[in-house]
Design a protein around this ligand. Structure first.
Ligand code: NAD
Length: 485
């Protein structure tokens, strides 16, 4: 499924490999079983005992970083890309091992995606205007130190992506990572520092503490030397970040609906939804969480989903499943409370719990036909269980999609060959990402055009975060000169 060209990956690695080898940073433990060999308390290479020390070191590093110029910045980002591509598989296994969420092979795709398609310093191209009054140039300046809070669902891909975006803009970054992913995250941050230093960057440009907690996240969010916050997670952490007096870039939850109408290419729709909703066992915020099908094609769609790697539940199996995956089934048209033990688990493991045995390589998704008001339609389940619900028309489909997305304005998709309907739904959803006729991961640049981001900041309107998001816009105006024609 990966759209990233293997030759492109090799070219990036080769380009900076000499430097990495000299710095000894490409050495490492082999793919699996690494986690146990990493101490919880290992310090160095960006890992400090306290938030205060982590912020102080990053502040010093950011000043040094300013001195290596834009050329130096490009070299640092190149080295990070190469190092992360070399380490992508090991980090994917470790993230899976530590969090128990998702699929290692999908985490590998995510790591490779962010290493190659997160925009670098080229995103900061200055803009110039000249006219009779002279010249004006806009440039992108760093803020200083950015405080970043990361989720357990994409620990390494978020750290890699956030680091490339934040430091491409000339900032330093202090992370408070999710406590359930602290070891792999610390290892990731150590590797990033080694890559930065190997390319002539300062030590400790990216820092963290080894034992993060909610209290340390709060300390980081309120630290006087942190200028900007980048928060990626559920509603609670977004609320906390927005309460501070700092500029906050908040990437919050979603509940992406996928609408399928009667003009769609049904086989493609079914394949796309199964691939998208099962990607990393549905833990990604952009993964499809609900399918809304126009009644006339719903039977065919479900049939095709069955052929594309989904197990379609029978009515009595759905009742059993509800008791397993919900702590509390919500009232009509409201989210329920998900049993967190099943977040990110495989379809095969979830099915086994209700007595259905399937081959984990063949079945990636559980499909359940449910009425519109069922909690599954309204809940961000973050597991490979996809509700399919029927409506009579495209108008009803769009209406339900808007309502069940809860105004998050995060991600939505449509499968339709009618351009007017694609346009109408895109306008109605008003989301940061809207995808037509493919899996939602295409909207992250995986199989679709454009750059990637793993912090999609819908609540604060920043959308897919990139170096510009972490930059101060500055203008210089020269009156009566510097227009040279
Ligand atoms: P989570 O909210 O449990 O944790 C995210 C981070 O916030 C962690 O580091 C956690 O320690 C911290 N945190 C949580 N509550 C806090 C509080 N009260 N004060 C300070 N820090 C706090 O989320 P998760 O389970 O790790 O990730 C899944 C959620 O994140 C989903 O809702 C998903 O949609 C969302 N998410 C959004 C994006 C995006 O780009 N918009 C990306 C990834 C995940």
């Amino acid at each position: 499924m990966s759209s990233i060209d293997e030759r492109e990956i090799q070219a990036i690695i080769e380009r900076v490999k000499g430097r990495l080898d000299r710095a000894g940073s490409a050495e490492g433990l082999q793919a699996q079983g690494d986690l146990d060999e990493i101490s919880d308390l290992e310090l160095g290479d960006g890992i400090f005992p306290t938030i205060d020390q982590a912020v102080a070191a990053a502040t010093r590093a950011q000043r040094q970083y300013q001195r290596i110029g834009l050329g130096g910045r490009y070299a640092v980002i190149d080295a990070i890309r190469a190092s992360m591509l070399e380490e992508a598989e090991r980090l994917a296994h470790m993230a899976h091992q530590e969090t128990g969420l998702g699929r290692p092979e999908d985490k590998l795709i995510k790591n490779r995606l962010v290493a190659t398609k997160s925009p670098g310093p080229e995103d900061l191209e200055p803009q110039a205007v000249t006219g009779d009054a002279g010249m004006m140039v806009t440039e992108w300046a760093p803020f200083g130190v950015v405080g970043a809070i990361t989720p357990t669902t994409n620990p390494t891909s978020t750290i890699i992506n956030n680091t490339i975006a934040v430091i491409s803009a000339g900032n330093a970054c202090v992370f408070n990572v999710h406590p359930n992913a602290k070891k792999v995250s610390a290892e990731n941050i150590r590797l990033l520092n080694r890559a930065i230093v190997s390319a002539g960057g300062p030590p400790n440009l990216v820092t963290a503490i080894p034992t993060p907690t909610i209290a340390s996240a709060q300390e980081l969010m309120h630290h006087p030397d942190v200028r900007v916050l980048l928060v990626t997670g559920g509603p609670a952490v977004v609320r906390e970040a927005l309460k501070t007096d700092k500029r906050a870039i908040a990437a919050g939850p979603g509940n992406p609906p996928a609408v399928v109408d009667e003009t769609a290419e049904i086989q493609n729709a079914a394949r796309s939804i199964v691939a998208g909703a099962s990607f990393d066992n549905n833990v990604i915020c952009t993964d499809e969480k609900t399918t809304i099908a126009v009644d006339s094609i719903a039977d065919r769609l479900v049939q095709e989903m069955g052929k594309a790697g989904a197990y379609v539940l029978k009515e009595h199996e759905l009742r059993k499943l509800e008791r397993v995956i919900f702590d509390e089934l919500g009232p009509p048209n409201k989210p329920g409370v998900i049993n967190r033990a099943w977040i990110g688990k495989s379809a095969a493991a979830i099915l086994a719990e209700i007595g259905v045995q399937v081959d984990t390589n063949e079945i990636r998704l559980v499909v359940a036909e449910v009425p519109n008001e069922h909690s599954l339609v309204w809940t961000e389940q973050m597991m490979p269980v996809m509700p399919v619900t029927r409506v009579q028309s495209i108008d009803q489909a769009i209406d339900l999609a808007v309502k069940s997305e809860h105004g998050f304005r995060h991600t939505a998709s449509i499968h339709s060959t009618n351009v007017e309907r694609i346009t109408r739904m895109a306008v109605a959803m008003n989301c940061s990402i809207f995808v037509a006729n493919s899996s939602n991961f295409a909207g992250l640049g995986e199989g679709g055009e454009g750059f990637t981001s793993f912090s999609i900041a819908s609540p604060t309107g920043d959308g897919l975060t990139r170096p510009r998001t972490f930059s101060r816009e500055r203008r210089v105006t020269v009156v009566g000169a510097l227009r040279i024609v």
